[in-house]
Design a protein around this ligand. Sequence first.
Ligand code: CIR
Length: 250
Amino acid sequence: MPRALIRPPSPRLAEGLLTHLDREPIDVDLAYRQWDGYVAALTAAGWEPVEVPAAPEHPDSVFVEDTVVMWGDTAVIARPGAPERAAEIVGTAGVLDDLGYAMRAITEPATLDGGDVLKIGDRMYVGVGGRSNEAACEQLAALTGAEVIAVPVASVLHLKSAVTALPDGTVVGYAPLVDHPEVFDPFWAVPEPSGSHVVVLDEDRILMAASAPVTADLFRARGLDVVAVDISEYEKLEGCVTCLSVRLRV
Ligand code: CIR
């Protein structure tokens, strides 16, 4: 059974960082229920959840994707671009080390959030200009052997806030928030901002947010099985379905 890292929300979730959005009240109890629903959806799709111990002192720690980039049996521990999130890597590294992954790390002067890394086949697209920088691209290429393509990001927090990929590699994004659609081929413009965010569950099944129902129907018409979860409280913090887990394929 493939595994997925997840991390329970902090009770201080409402203090999470904001870059592009205005602060809105967060219903933390609802956020906990939504996280349970997200984990249940992963489990139902055949992913065994592996929990990184909660970090109550770190409001954004539920967004576990930002702490690591997985590449086969190698775990590249990130170096978060926001100093407030730097210590979140410790818990993730401990769990992956215990699971036996080859441990590598992004080091100064590089900064990298996992949310900036879109992997498609042997290639990594890495958003630069926000939380992650060019030095991180060089280190990722050296540590993994992947072809790394830097993509400037300005309109949203992370590259994967703007684009993700369907199981067949088609990149999807909401055009007004995609700074460089020409980098991706094929690129498919979807009609809702959160329609840009898909987690691939298997070859024909994806997980996405309930806030993009029109896009979900377009994906269904394309033959995909869509599992939708409500993550409204995380969306208020610039989070999306991708940032709440890290899939471990080996
Ligand atoms: C932050 O600003 O770091 C959090 N409030 C949101 C992180 C979302 N992570 C992601 O999209 N990978």
